[in-house]
Design a binder for this molecule. Structure first.
Ligand code: XIL
Length: 313
C-alpha cells in the first residue's frame, strides 16, 4: 500500500492519534510520522486535570500548549481530552470537602481549561467513563457528592466557556451493541431531551484482537440517529505477547473493521488511535501479557494494520 493515512482520508473524516510529549521530545522518528500520517491529535495525558493544575490555581499549560502549537504547524485538528474523569482528580481536591466547595472547584476547572484552549480545540471529552459496567452512573466522588446532575452541569459549563467546541461524552465498552452501549444511548437521549449541550459520543476502542466488538457500524448508526456526532477516540488493538504473524493479521482486520464502520456512518467525525507506535503504547503497562497494539512497531515501521487502513481509505 502507498500513501499516508491523512493523505487518503476522505474529507469529513479525521484520522488522529494520541500524542505523548515524551515521544515527541525523545524519539527521533516520532515527529515525522506524527506529521505525515495524522490530521488530528489528542493529548494522551497533557490536558488531564492532575497535569494541568498540580496545585490549586497554579496551571501548567506547557505540555498541552506544545501539542496544540505543533498541531497548528502540522495542520492538525485538536481533540480535547478530558475534563471530568474519576481517574484523574488532583490530590489536592479532597473528598471530604462539602459538596458546594467540590462543585465550585469542578466548575472552575472546566471553565479554566476550556477557556484556555478556546478556538484551538474543536471538540472536548467533557465527561469520560461515567458509566459503570451495569450501565448505571459510575460511583465516583462527583456522583456521591454532587449527585447525577454533575454531568449536565459539566456540559453547560463547557458550553459557556467555548460555545464553538463540540462537546462529547466518551466511554469504553460501548463500541459494539453491548448492554453498556444501550445504557449510554439512553443517557445521551435523556441529556439531550433535557436540553444539555451534548454534541457527540466518543467510543474509546481499546480492543482485544481476539474479542472484537460486534456490529460497530450498527451501533454508531443508532447513536447518530439521536442527532449527535460520533467518533472513535482511543483506538488500539492489543494482542497477546509475543505477537505472532497471525495475531497481527487479526489485529489488522479489527483496525480495518472499525475504520470501515466510521467511514460508513456520515456522522462519524474521526478515528483516533491511542498512540501510533508500540514504543510508547500504554497497553503493556496496563494489560499484563498484552502489547503490540499500535499501527507502527517499536522501530516506527508500519505494521499490517497500517497497510489495512490505507487499503480501506
Ligand atoms: C491513559 C494513558 O494512555 C496513560 O499514559 C495514563 O497513564 C493513563 O491514561 N481511557 C482514557 C485515557 O480515557 O485517558 C487513558 O489514557 C486510557 C483509557
Amino acid at each position: 500500500a502507498a500513501g499516508t493515512l491523512r493523505g487518503l482520508a476522505p474529507a469529513g473524516t479525521l484520522i488522529g492519534t494520541a500524542v505523548d510529549p515524551r515521544g515527541l521530545n525523545l524519539d527521533p522518528a516520532y515527529p515525522g510520522v506524527l506529521a505525515a500520517e495524522f490530521n488530528a491529535v489528542t493529548a494522551e495525558n497533557a490536558m488531564k486535570w492532575r497535569n494541568l493544575e498540580p496545585s490549586p490555581g497554579v496551571y501548567a499549560w506547557a505540555g498541552g500548549d506544545q501539542i496544540v502549537d505543533l498541531a497548528r504547524r502540522n495542520g492538525q485538528a485538536v481533540y480535547g481530552h478530558t475534563l471530568v474523569w474519576h481517574n484523574d482528580v488532583p490530590d489536592w481536591v479532597s473528598p471530604d470537602w462539602p459538596a458546594q466547595r467540590l462543585r465550585e472547584v469542578l466548575r472552575r476547572h472546566v471553565t479554566a481549561v476550556v477557556a484556555h484552549y478556546r478556538g484551538r480545540v474543536w471538540a472536548w471529552d467533557v465527561v469520560n467513563e461515567v458509566l459503570a459496567e451495569d450501565g448505571s452512573l459510575r460511583d465516583t466522588l462527583w456522583l456521591r457528592k454532587l449527585g447525577p446532575g454533575y454531568v449536565a452541569d459539566a456540559f453547560r459549563w463547557a458550553r459557556q466557556a467555548d460555545p464553538d467546541a463540540r462537546l462529547f461524552v466518551n466511554e469504553y465498552g460501548t463500541e459494539g451493541r453491548t448492554a453498556k452501549a444501550d445504557a449510554l444511548l439512553d443517557l445521551v437521549r435523556r441529556l439531550r431531551a433535557d436540553g444539555v449541550p451534548v454534541d457527540g459520543v466518543g467510543f474509546q476502542g481499546h480492543l482485544d484482537a481476539e474479542r472484537p466488538p460486534e456490529d460497530v457500524r450498527g451501533n454508531l448508526r443508532r447513536f447518530a440517529a439521536l442527532g449527535v456526532r460520533v467518533a472513535v477516540t482511543e483506538l488500539d488493538v492489543r494482542v497477546r505477547l509475543p505477537a505472532t504473524a497471525e495475531g497481527l493479521r487479526r489485529q489488522a482486520a479489527v483496525y480495518r473493521e472499525v475504520l470501515r464502520a466510521c467511514l460508513d456512518v456520515a456522522a462519524c467525525a474521526s478515528v483516533t488511535v491511542w498512540g501510533f507506535t508500540d514504543a510508547r503504547s500504554w497497553i503493556p503497562g496496563y494489560h499484563q501479557g498484552y502489547g503490540a497494539a499500535c499501527l507502527f512497531d517499536a522501530d516506527f515501521r508500519p505494521k499490517p494494520a497500517h497497510a489495512a487502513l490505507l487499503d480501506e481509505l
